[in-house]
Structure formats: C-alpha cells, structure tokens
Ligand binder design. Sequence first.
Ligand SMILES: [Fe+2]
Ligand SMILES: [Fe+2]
Length: 601
Amino acid sequence: MEQFDIQKISSADIDHAVEIGEKVWWVGRYMPDDLFQCNAYLIEHGDQSVLIDPGGHLTFEHVRRKVEEVVPFSSIRYFICHHQDPDITASLKIIEKIPGLRPDAVVVTHWRARELIKHYAIKLPFREVEEHHWQLDMGGRLLLFVFTPYLHFPGAFCTFDVTTGILFSSDIFGGMTHEWSLVARDESYFEDIRPFHEHYMPSREILSHSLMKIEELPLKLIAPQHGSILHGGLISFIIGKLKQLDCGIFALAGDNTDIRRLSFLNKTLKDITNTVIIYRDFRDIANALLEILRRTLPATSIEFHTKTLEGEPLYLAPETRYRSVVESLPEELSGVLGADRAAWYAGNAASYKKMSLQARPVQVRGDIREWCLLIPLFPLEGGRAEAAAVIRLAHDIKMTEDVDRLLGQMSGTFAIAVERETFYHMLDFERCKFYEQSIRDSLTGLYSRFYMEETLKRLMHAQDRNEKYGISMSMFDLDHFKRINDTHGHAAGDEVIKKVAATITGSIRASDIAVRYGGEEFAVFLMGNSAEECVTVAEKIRNKVKEIALDGPMSGKTLSVSAGVAMRRRNESLADFLRRADKALYHAKASGRDRVVMLED
Ligand SMILES: [Fe+2]
Ligand SMILES: [Fe+2]
C-alpha cells in the first residue's frame, strides 16, 4: 500500500483484517450495540511482527483469527500494551498458551502498567519502554513511544510508527458511539470523542500537555483503541477541540450515566461560567445568558431586581439596556428579595417559582399577563436573597430535572453578575456624590474654588482660541461681616452668608458661575459679556443685597457688599485675573464700601 486509500479502508469488510497503512492492519472486533468498540492493530514485519493492544476475552478470539489471516501467530514478537486495562491485556493469559508462540515474545509496556499486569500471573517477560529509550527497533522499522501520563493511566503511552506516520493512540482520541465506523466520517465525530474524554481523561491541562507532544509528530493517521481512525484535516481539528475540552468533571456528576445529556449540560455549564469571565458589561452577560437559556426554554427576555446596601431598589432590564435604574419592586415580587434560602426551598421544591406577571408597562400590552420564572439569587455566603431574576417565557413550560438543573446553575452566575453590577452602581453613585461635594460649598450651594479652577481652565482655554468668549469676574465682599459674627454669633453669620448667596444666585443666569471664594467673599464669572454689562450685573447684586430682610435681633439692619470687577485679558493666567479683581475690590473697600469698582487698564 503506497498511500492511504481512505475510501478503500472505509468500505473494507470488517469481518476480516483491514490494511490501513503499509503493512499495518486493523485486527479488531466489531461488537454490535457496544459503545466501546475495541481496536487492535498488527504491524506486519516478518518474525518481528507487533500486535498493539491485543484485547480482552470478548474480542481476542476474533483478533487472533484476523492476525492469522496476515501472519502466523508465531511471527509476533512484541505485544505492546499501552496500559493495563482488561480491554487491552486480559488476552495475555490466553496468548501465552497459544502453541507455537515465540519463546522470545515480550510484553512491551511501562513499569507502572507492568506492576499491575503481573497480577494475571503470566509468564511472558516484560520490556519496559522507559528502559529502552522510548523506542523499539524491529530491525529496519522504528517505533517511537510517546509518554502520555495520566491519560487515563499514570503510565499510559502511545506508539508512533515512523514508516507510515500512524499514531497508535490507545485511549486518547477514543470515541464512544452507537454508530461505529472504522474511519471517522467528518468533524461530527468529535461529538463521540467528547463524552469519552469528559469521562475518562482527568483534566484539560493534563490532556493538553500530551496533545502538544503528539502534535509535534509528522502525523498521517491516528489509530485509537476505541472509536474510529482519524486522517487528514480531521486530525488537527480534533486536537484543537480536545485542547478546549473540560475533562474529568463527571466524577462529580452523581450516579446519572446518561452520557450525552450530561455532556450537553456540561457544555451549558461551561458556557454559563464563561459569560462572566469573558464579558465585563452586564448587558453582554445578560444577553449571552438569555441565548444559553433559549437552547432549552422559550425565554423571551430576562430582567433583574436588586437593592443597594442602602436599600435602594434597582432594576436592570433590556429596555434600559441593562443600565441599573432606581425603580421599586413590583408587588408580585415582594417577598423574594430578602427571602430566606431554607424557607424558599421549603416552599418551592426547586430554586425557582413559576408564575404569571403583569406585562411591563413600557411595552403597552394592556393587562396581558405573561408566564415567568422567578429565581431568587442567593449570595455564595449568606442565606438571604439579595436579588431576583425574572425570565419571561413565550408560553408555559413543563419543568423537568434538566430545566431545574439549568436554572440552578444559572442562578449562581446571575447572582455574581448582579452583585458586581450593583457594586458598580454604588461606586458610580459614590463617585457622583463625592464629585458633587467637591464642587459645591455645603453651606450655600454655590460652587467651590476647586470647581472654579477646573472650569475656568477650560473656559479660559476657549477664550484664548476665540476672543469672542469674553470672561468677566466680580469679586464681592460682605461689608462689616466680622461685626455680625462678633455681635450675633456664627449661626447668625451663616444665615446672612446663605441669604447673600441666594441673592447672588437669583441675580444671574444659570450658565453663570457663582463661587463661594472665602468666608464672606464671593466670585461671579460671566461669559460673553461686555465690561458695562458686567458692572451692571454687579450693581444689581449690590442693590439686591441691600434689600435683604433680616429677622431676629438683626431685623431692621441693612447689609451691603463691595465689589471689584475685571475683564480677563487674552492669555492671562487665572492668578493674575484674580489679582486684578481683588485689587478693584480693595479700591471699593478703601473708598467707602457699598460700591462696585472696575479699574481702567
Ligand atoms: Fe483504558
Ligand atoms: Fe481502552
């Protein structure tokens, strides 16, 4: 056989030995209705022939017959046993009794397997792969052994035939299927490989480690002990898929052995978990989870209700693109947030509750009531629900164990995502609160100097680029304020400051900037006005301050302010600008108070 004739191998009569490569023969036995088809392979090499993974009691009689179609059994010198499982080695006890067996026949294996195989009490000697440089020279034909520890046995290995490029991979690449064929038909074969590896291989990390070694070989064909032969582009496709596969998880799956169903659930669980890892945006997480739900349920949308630490009710729904908004809890859902975990499970057999819920008002659907699944979201630690997910359904559904399991798995992910979103919401809220505090004076509500500096930087920059954005400043100082404080106390002083501030705010446009500059000092910035207009505004404020009615012991007294006005020059620094306004104010004070002064340049 010059090249691999896949067509010919695929259509070969499996009741006989099938040549799959140059002097390489499939000599397995097809067992109808068996998930685990066992393949044995023969490398024909005169009296140095090799039999790979000879098999157990269910298959060996057929294996022997097929071997003898090709070579006399007495030609076999090496029996390679990739690990010690009975489907590989139970036949050794039969083999050693075959008349005419070569006296120098050996079992080729790893010492870890030898220690177990010897319990068959066989007389056949062993040849350990690790003691012979991981290779076997059959005399003109070289076999390389690839150590694949823990897949699935600690001493497991594979055999690579350098002559043909065939890898005898033992349990790796094995498939479990009701519809067996000698050669894998297409990429859908991965769905047969998946459950076998999920159940038998210990972990993705361990599997990937060996797959990387295997990939380095010039592979032409992979001949596994179970399932079907892989060839061509299928090899790299399957290796790529296997590297992504989570294995070993069914050790935790209880006693349910419905393999395909578990496999589907496993994939779903992995997808659910991945959403919170892959996506940061809550909307992306919600949409991805909805897509996953739709594989099983007629879900139309998901929405969430939760509360901040301060008890503020939050609502996350597709209408607001899952941005958290403050909205009270619908009556139907009261009793869910804060629900006790134990009490909830006692009252609702599963984690969810099937109910109908008023259609959302935004959707204007009259009083149509929709089917919903209501899922309280319990935190990882702590017994009270901190959030609830509402899954809206197109129609009523029948609850099955799988749906229950799906919702159970999803609720944990929902809980994490909603908790994270609530945390972001609170951070945002705190940030806004802090920012508001830092830009406003707490007594008067006027802007702070911090805000003034930040904002003026931008406005001055705009003015420097285009002079039509004129900026003026009036600096006000309340006359004789110290006297008020000394005579009537600080509380009365604060009241006066508040009234003056309110007078200033009431005299300017919303777009103007009024700042509490110091104790009894105020600054007002106007944009785009002429010098005359600025003086007019300052005069207006001065006059209105005189009209402020005071009560209590101060009633009948009149307040007054002095003001200095300055127009900003192009490219002038804020410090210089302030200094000029201050200088004008000094002149207003020095020349008798209760007046507005603007100095000539
Ligand atoms: Fe095995
Ligand atoms: Fe096996």
